[in-house]
Ligand binder design. Structure first.
Ligand code: 3HC
Length: 292
C-alpha cells in the first residue's frame, strides 16, 4: 500500500536509481525520469536485482517486492509532475545543467512542490539564485552511495530555504527510513569537506611511496574500522567526482594548497581510470566485469 506520497526523481544513474528504489521500498510512489531510455532500463534492472536480493534474504515477501517495484514508473518525461510533492534532481554534477533543470522544474511542478538536488558539492545558494521566485523551495538532499544501504541524508539549506521546506524535507528523509541531518551551504558541505581531504591524503600517501593501495586500504580498514579503505571508496564514488569535489573546495575555501587534488588522483582521471564505473581506477576490475 502506498502512503499517498508521490515524488519525481530526475536522473536514473547510480544515485537517482538508488533514491527511487529506496523510496519505493518505503511506500512512496516514484516517477523515475531520465532523458536516456538505456539509463532507465539499467535502473529498472538494478531495482529488480535489489528486490530479488531482499526476497532471497527474507527481508520481504515476493508480493511486497512486486508491490514496491509497481510503485515506480520509468519515463523519459515526468508523467506525475502535477501530483509530486517532491522533485529530486539527481542528474550529472554540472552546475549549468542543474540550473537549467531547476528552471524547468519551476515551470513543471506545483507551486508547493519541494525542489531538491542530490548534488555532492554544487552550491545550493547558486542553484536557488537561478530560480529566484522559488528559492525558498530549493534544498539539498545529499544521499550516499549505495543509497539503499547508507543511512544518512545530508540536508543542505541555503539562506533562502524556508523553514517549511526544511521541515518537510526532514520528514520525507525519515519516511524513507533515513536519518536526515541538516547543515549549511558551504563548499563540500560537512560530509565531503571531511571525507575528501582524507581520500586525497590517501592518494598522497600512495604517490609518496608510503605504501601500495592494498596496504593503505588495509591499514585504514583494520586500524580505523572503516568499512572499506579510502582508495577503494574513491573507486566506488568515482575518481572524477573526488577530483571535482576537491576542486570545488579548492576554489571555494581559499586555502591555496590544502584542498588541491593530489596529482596522482588527477593523473588517473585524465587516463580515464574513473573507478567502478569504468572498471578501472585505483584497482583493476576489468577481469571481474567480464566474468560478471
Ligand atoms: N545497492 C543495494 N545494496 C547494496 C549495494 C548497492 N549498490 N552495494 C552493497 N549493497 C548491499 C549488499 O547487497 C549487502 O546486502 P546484504 O545485507 O543483503 O548482504 C550489503 O550491502 C553489504 O554488501 P557486501 O556484503 O557486498 O559488502 P560490504 O559488507 O563490504 O558492504 C558497502 C558494502 C555497504 C558498500 C560497505 O563497504 C560500505 O559501507 N562502504 C562505505 C560506503 C561509503 O562510505 N559510502 C559513502 C560514499 S560518499 C558519498 O556517497 C557522497 C558523495 O557525495 C561522494
Amino acid at each position: 500500500m502506498s502512503d499517498g506520497t508521490i515524488i519525481t526523481v530526475i536522473g536514473a544513474g547510480t544515485m537517482g536509481s538508488g533514491i527511487a528504489i529506496t523510496a519505493a521500498i518505503s511506500n512512496v510512489e516514484v516517477c523515475q525520469v531520465d532523458v536516456s531510455q538505456d539509463q532507465l532500463d539499467r535502473a529498472k534492472a538494478y531495482h529488480k536485482k535489489t528486490m530479488a536480493r531482499n526476497v532471497s534474504k527474507e527481508r520481504m515477501t515476493q508480493i511486497e517486492a512486486d508491490a514496491a517495484l509497481a510503485r515506480i514508473c520509468y519515463c523519459t518525461e515526468s508523467c506525475r509532475s502535477d501530483e509530486s510533492s517532491f522533485a529530486i534532481e539527481a542528474a550529472t554534477e554540472n552546475e549549468s545543467l542543474k540550473k537549467k533543470i531547476f528552471a524547468s522544474m519551476v515551470e513543471t511542478y506545483p507551486a508547493d512542490c519541494i525542489l531538491a538536488t542530490n548534488t555532492s558539492s554544487i552550491s545550493i545558494t547558486s542553484i536557488a539564485d537561478a530560480v529566484p521566485a522559488a528559492a525558498d523551495r530549493v534544498i539539498g538532499m545529499h544521499f550516499f552511495n549505495p543509497v539503499p544501504v547508507m543511512k544518512l541524508i545530508e540536508v543542505i539549506k541555503s539562506p533562502a530555504t524556508s523553514q517549511d521546506t526544511l521541515e518537510r524535507t526532514m520528514d520525507l528523509g525519515e519516511s524513507l527510513g533515513k536519518t536526515p541531518i541538516a547543515a549549511n551551504d558551504h563548499p563540500g558541505f560537512v560530509s565531503n569537506r571531511v571525507l575528501m581531504p582524507l581520500i586525497n591524503e590517501a592518494f598522497h600517501a600512495w604517490n609518496d611511496g608510503v605504501a601500495e593501495p592494498e596496504a593503505i586500504d588495509g591499514i585504514m580498514k583494520l586500524g580505523c574500522a572503516f568499512p572499506m579503505g579510502p582508495l577503494r571508496l574513491a573507486d566506488l564514488i568515482g575518481l572524477d567526482v573526488c577530483r571535482d569535489i576537491m576542486l570545488v573546495m579548492h576554489e571555494g575555501l581559499g586555502h591555496p594548497d590544502k584542498y588541491a587534488p593530489c596529482e596522482k588522483l588527477v593523473e588517473l582521471v585524465e587516463a580515464g581510470r574513473l573507478g567502478n564505473k569504468t572498471h578501472w581506477g585505483v584497482y583493476d576490475y576489468r577481469e571481474a566485469a567480464k566474468t560478471a
